[in-house]
Design a protein around this ligand. Structure first.
Ligand code: GLU
Length: 153
C-alpha cells in the first residue's frame, strides 16, 4: 500500500521528504518519487525499485533550496513499476500524487488526448494531473479546478 508525504514550511525539505518516505517503506511499494519547488519550477525525481534508488538520484540535491514538496511510494495498479510511472505526475503547473484507482481514467484520457495533452506514463494518475490542469485553464482558480476535476473523476 502506497504512502504520501508533503511539506511546506521554513526548512529545506528535500531530505525531510526522503526520510519521510523511508518511514513509510514498511507499507510496501515498488517505486518512489519526489516533486519539489526550486528556482520557480517544479523539479521531479522518480525511481523504480527501492527508495535507495531515489536517494542515489537525489545525491547532491538534498540541500536544494526548496521549502515545498511532496513524496510518494507507489504500489502499481495501472502501468508497470517504472521510473516514468512512479509518482508524482506533472502537468504544466501541477505535480500530483495519488493513492488508489481512477476507474474512468480511459474515458478522461481520451478527452484529454483530443485537447492535445501528451501522456508520459501509463498510469491512471497522470490523467488526473492533466485533468486538473485542463480544469485550471477553465476556472483560473486552483481550488475550483480540483473540485471540477473531482466531479469528473
Ligand atoms: N493507481 C495508481 C498507479 O498505478 C496509484 C497506485 C497507488 O495507490 O500507489 O500509479
Amino acid at each position: 500500500m502506497c504512502g504520501i508525504i508533503g511539506y511546506v514550511g521554513p526548512k529545506k525539505c528535500a531530505d525531510i521528504l526522503l526520510n519521510g518516505l523511508k518511514t513509510l517503506e514498511y507499507r510496501g511499494y515498488d517505486s518512489a518519487g519526489l516533486a519539489f519547488f526550486e528556482d520557480g519550477e517544479i523539479q521531479e525525481v522518480k525511481a523504480a525499485g527501492r527508495i535507495s534508488n531515489l536517494e542515489k538520484k537525489m545525491e547532491g540535491r538534498l540541500d536544494a533550496d526548496t521549502h515545498c514538496g511532496i513524496g510518494h511510494t507507489r504500489w502499481a495498479t495501472h502501468g508497470g513499476p517504472t521510473d516514468e510511472n512512479a509518482h508524482p505526475h506533472c502537468s504544466e503547473h501541477i505535480a500530483l500524487l495519488h493513492n488508489g484507482i481512477i476507474e474512468n481514467y480511459l474515458e478522461l484520457k481520451e478527452f484529454l488526448l483530443k485537447k492535445g495533452y501528451i501522456f508520459k506514463s501509463q498510469t491512471d494518475t497522470g490523467t488526473a494531473a492533466h485533468l486538473i490542469d485542463w480544469c485550471y485553464k477553465q476556472t483560473g482558480d486552483f481550488l475550483d479546478a480540483v473540485i471540477m476535476a473531482l466531479g469528473k473523476i
